[in-house]
Every structure is written in structure tokens, then in C-alpha cells.
Design a protein around this ligand. Structure first.
Ligand code: HEM
Length: 510
């Protein structure tokens, strides 16, 4: 028996080896066919079999990639559990690949958990095809600069609510910023006023977004790596990801349908107000397109915009001299007698530079949203295979000391000419990504950020909190991990700049 057992084992080992050789040979041949010139992959750290590249800072991978850039250059190739990754550390290469070779670099990776959770309606996750084109066109139509101008009065009204909230409960600044971004996008999209507490629409949308952010726990990661597992029934041992996904799916459905029904009902009652969904109905867009575009916009707007605004607040706490200079400029224009308006923008040159510096300094999506290569490509003598995830290291680009000396310093002067004029070209636009997948909501986001910055500066002074001895409490800025990141809690003090500034805030009521 042992002899038989031994010979069976030998036979098994033999067949496994033969299969392995076959797989390796086929892979090699496929590689040769795809890469006939046998070009090298872009440089990168050594890769171990199966696991691939190790040593990545999971909480802040953009920092690892920026560091590796010093050794390997601005284009780095990695592999993680069989996935191919390309990291671009330079704006010029990102433009060359994602803008100029858009046909190859505009796809998105598909993640099984996203579909299971009902998030597949999100236009940002669509494959690069006609379905995406149709939605993107509809979205651009309502979010382009000319279209969003008609929502400025709503943005201003919501900023005034933010100012009043800051006056009443300054210590809840972070919560106010979030309410502000959610209520602004809800009124612009659906003409819907969020209730100050426990709003159903806002709650389901926020929970569904949070569940998506948290959907990379081990079981879910496994289904992402082995998509056939999505067919497991939810009662199956180890299929907890499926039960999690089902809960989220019910929420994403409601998040997409309920606010749309609200607009339809108001429109039928004659009580509706001008909003993006109403505009799309009037433009004759398909119901499905409207629901997806609006649901995507809410999800894409809240976390991102509130992150940028929090970063602005933190910058003002850390760099009081910048705040004082900006406030001096504002006072020259408004005389300190009124709140600033959109019409003041051209006169506020330093604040224009400050606003650009916010976009450079803050880190909303440090690695952007991954693109996927649709075809093999060759760049600078390197072979870039089809189905490679492409990450733009926006953090590295906006913190490159060769372009922005002392990158962690908040210095609006970077965006001014020698004689104090605003630079004509806006060089810090990387925050919104590249190519055909560039952020479609960027004009709305930029407008919201600018109007918030000027109004907060007009009314409040942000400063470091003080300890019991009256000394400033120092801190280093830190960010939460994730695709969209956010300043971590820090000690601050916010108060009206003067009794008159407080009066101006109160006068916005009614
Ligand atoms: C500070 C605020 C924002 C930042 C920093 C930001 C950033 C980004 C980035 C980096 C991308 C990926 C671009 C790429 O693939 O190269 C993106 C995509 C997208 N953003 Fe934004 N975004 C912001 C606000 C908004 C808002 C307000 C909306 C909608 C109203 C929005 C809607 C979208 C959509 C739909 C996509 C996916 C586009 C596509 O795949 O075709 N974003 N955004």
C-alpha cells in the first residue's frame, strides 16, 4: 500500500507540475503575443510570487508611492495579489496618458461588491462605453458652468445657514460643514430641504455611502478577488458579505428612487421648484438616467466637498497670517459692512489664490479614482498591459517640492504673479482628476468652496484652541485613511471676528 500511495503521490505531483508548466507556458506565450517586442514593464519595487509588491503604507499609500518615486521615477509598476497597478506621480505623464490617450485609459475597474450593494448605478463606476457616454452627457448638461449659475442663490442661502450654525454652536463646526454640503446638494438636485435632525433621505444616502466605504472587510475582499463567490446564497457559511450587501442594496434603491418621486409629486402638485432633476425631466431625459445621475451626484458631492472645506478651516487655524491677509483684502472690498457676494470674486485676488491653494494643499482623493487600461500600451519604452489599474498620485503631484517648494506650507502667494496678480492659468486642478473621467461636478464644487471661503472669512476668526494656561495647543495636520480622506479631529477655536460680524450673520435670517 505505501508503495502504491507513493506512486499515486508521484503521479499527482507529476500532473500538477505538468499543469503548472502548461499554465506558465501559456502565460508566457500570451505575454509574448501581447508584448511581441518583449519590452520591460515600468520600473517598480521587487514583486514576490502570488502576493506581489509588499511594503505599502495601507493607511496612506500615496506617501509610499511618492517615496518610491525617488527611486523608480514618476511611473511605477506594482502587482498586488495578481492585480496590475500603475502609479503616476507626475502631472505631465498623467496628461500624456489619461488626457491624450483617453481611448486606452478611460475605463474603470469593476468591483463585484459594488454591484452586490446596488451601487452599480453610480456613473463614476461605469465601464467606458456608450452607456457611460449617455449618462456623462446628461450629467455634464446640468453641471456645466452655465447651468449651475442658476443655483448660486441656493448655494448662498445655504452658506448663510452655515454661518448661523457656526455662530450658535461653533464647537460643532465639522458637523455643520457636512450638513451644509448635504443640504446644498439636496436643494440643488431635488429642491428638497433637509430636516435639521434625522432626515430620512440624508440618513439613507449617508449610510449607503458609509457602507460602500467600509465594504473592504475580509469576506468582501474575497468576493472582489474571486467574483464567482457572488453566487453563494446569503445563508451560506462565510457569505456574510452577501447579507451586508443586501442591507445596503435596499438603501441604495431607496436613495435613488425616493427623492426622484418627491420631485415628480411636487411637479404634479405645482409646488416644485427649479432643481436639477426638474431640469432633466424638462429636457426629456430617461427616468433611469435621471435617477442615476442625481443619485451619483449626491454620493460624489458630500464627502468630497466637505473634506475640502474642512481642510480650508484647518489651514486657517494653522496659518493665521494668511487668514489675516485675506480678511484685510475682504474688508477693503466690502468695507466690513456687508457679506461678500459672487460679484466680488474678480476684486478678491488674494482670496482667489488662497482658494487655489486650498485645492492644492488639501487631499480629497489623494490617489484619484482608478482608471483601467482597455488595451495594451507602450509608453517611454515600457509595456503597459491591458486591464492595469491606473492611479494618479494627486498627493505627490500637488506636494512635489520641485513644483511647490515647502509643499506642506499653506502659501497662496504660489498662485500670484510677482506684482500680486492672479496667475492666468489654474495650475492646481489635479484634485479633479484627468481625461474623459475628470470630475463632472467640479464647477459646482468649486463654486461651493469659493462662496464658503469668502463668507467664513468675512465673519469668523479661526484659531488654535488654548490650554488651561492660555497657551496655543499645537498640532500636526492628519488625515483619515480611505479613497476620500478627511482632516482628523484637531483642537480649534472659532468665533465671530467682531460684534458687527455677528450682527451680519444674524441679519441673514429671514
Ligand atoms: C472638492 C470636491 C470634489 C473633488 C475633489 C472631486 C474629485 C473627483 C475626482 C478625483 C474624480 C475622478 C476623476 C478621474 O477619474 O480622473 C471625480 C469623479 C467624479 N466626480 Fe468629483 N469631486 C468633487 C466634487 C464632485 C461633485 C460636487 C460632484 C457632483 C455634483 C462630483 C461628481 C463626480 C462624478 C460623477 C465623477 C465620475 C466621473 C466619471 O467617471 O465619468 N464630484 N471627482
Amino acid at each position: 500500500m505505501p508503495v502504491l500511495g507513493y506512486s499515486v503521490s508521484l503521479r499527482v505531483i507529476g500532473s500538477v507540475m505538468a499543469a503548472a508548466i502548461l499554465v506558465i507556458a501559456r502565460r508566457y506565450l500570451r505575454k509574448r503575443r501581447a508584448n511581441p517586442a518583449g519590452l520591460p514593464l515600468p520600473p517598480g519595487p521587487p514583486r514576490l510570487p502570488l502576493v506581489g509588491t509588499l511594503g505599502i503604507n495601507i493607511g496612506a499609500p500615496w506617501l509610499t508611492y511618492a517615496e518610491w518615486g525617488k527611486t523608480f521615477g514618476d511611473l511605477i509598476y506594482l502587482e498586488i495579489l495578481g492585480m496590475r497597478l500603475l502609479v503616476i506621480n507626475s502631472d505631465a505623464i498623467a496628461k500624456e496618458l489619461l488626457d491624450k490617450r483617453a481611448a486606452t485609459y478611460s475605463d474603470r475597474p469593476q468591483v463585484p461588491m459594488v454591484t452586490l450593494m446596488g451601487w452599480e448605478f453610480n456613473v463614476g463606476f461605469y465601464n467606458y462605453n456608450d452607456h457611460w457616454r449617455k449618462h456623462r452627457r446628461a450629467m455634464h448638461n446640468v453641471l456645466k458652468p452655465d447651468s449651475i449659475r442658476s443655483y448660486r442663490h441656493l448655494q448662498t442661502a445655504k452658506v448663510h445657514v452655515l454661518l448661523r450654525n457656526l455662530l450658535c454652536a461653533p464647537e460643532r463646526m465639522e458637523a455643520h460643514l457636512r450638513t451644509f454640503t448635504a443640504s446644498t446638494i439636496m436643494i440643488v438636485l431635488y429642491g428638497y430641504e433637509i430636516a435639521p435632525q434625522g432626515d430620512r433621505f440624508a440618513e439613507i444616502a449617508d449610510t449607503a455611502s458609509e457602507m460602500l466605504t467600509n465594504s473592504f472587510f475580509p469576506g468582501a475582499a474575497l468576493v472582489n478577488a474571486l467574483p464567482f463567490l457572488r453566487h453563494l446564497p446569503s445563508w451560506f457559511p462565510g457569505a456574510g458579505f452577501k447579507r451586508y450587501a443586501n442591507i445596503c442594496r435596499a438603501m441604495t434603491r431607496e436613495m435613488r428612487d425616493a427623492p426622484y418621486d418627491f420631485v415628480k409629486k411636487n411637479s404634479a402638485d405645482g409646488t416644485g421648484q427649479h432643481c436639477i432633476v426638474q431640469e432633466m425631466i424638462e429636457n426629456g431625459e430617461e427616468v433611469d438616467v435621471i435617477k442615476s445621475v442625481a443619485g451619483t451626484s449626491y454620493a460624489a458631492a458630500v464627502e468630497t466637498s466637505s473634506s475640502a472645506m474642512s481642510a480650508f478651516m484647518m489651514a486657517m487655524v494653522l496659518f493665521p497670517e494668511v487668514q489675516a491677509k485675506a480678511q484685510a483684502e475682504l474688508d477693503c472690498v466690502t468695507g466690513g459692512e456687508r457679506l461678500p457676494t459672487w460679484e466680488d470674486r474678480e476684486s478678491l485676488v488674494y482670496i482667489e489664490a488662497l482658494y487655489r491653494e486650498v485645492l492644492r494643499w488639501c487631499q480629497v482623493t489623494p490617489l484619484g479614482v482608478p482608471h483601467l487600461t482597455k488595451e495594451d500600451d507602450v509608453y517611454d519604452g515600457y509595456f503597459i498591459p491591458k486591464d492595469t489599474f491606473v492611479f494618479t498620485n494627486i498627493w505627490a503631484m500637488t506636494h512635489d517640492p520641485r513644483v511647490y517648494p515647502e509643499p506642506m506650507r499653506f502659501m497662496p502667494e504660489r498662485f500670484l504673479t510677482q506684482d500680486g496678480k492672479a496667475l492666468t492659468d489654474d495650475t492646481a486642478q489635479q484634485q479633479f482628476g484627468y481625461g474623459r473621467r475628470i470630475c463632472v461636478g467640479k464647477f459646482l464644487a468649486e463654486a461651493a468652496i469659493w462662496i464658503t471661503i469668502v463668507n467664513v472669512l468675512a465673519c469668523f476668526k479661526l484659531a488654535k484652541a488654548k490650554d488651561e494656561k492660555g497657551k496655543d495647543i499645537d498640532f500636526e495636520p492628519e488625515w483619515t485613511p480611505g479613497v476620500i480622506i478627511h482632516p482628523k479631529e484637531y483642537p480649534f477655536h472659532v468665533a465671530p471676528r467682531s460684534p458687527h460680524a455677528a450682527e451680519l450673520v444674524q441679519m441673514t435670517e429671514g
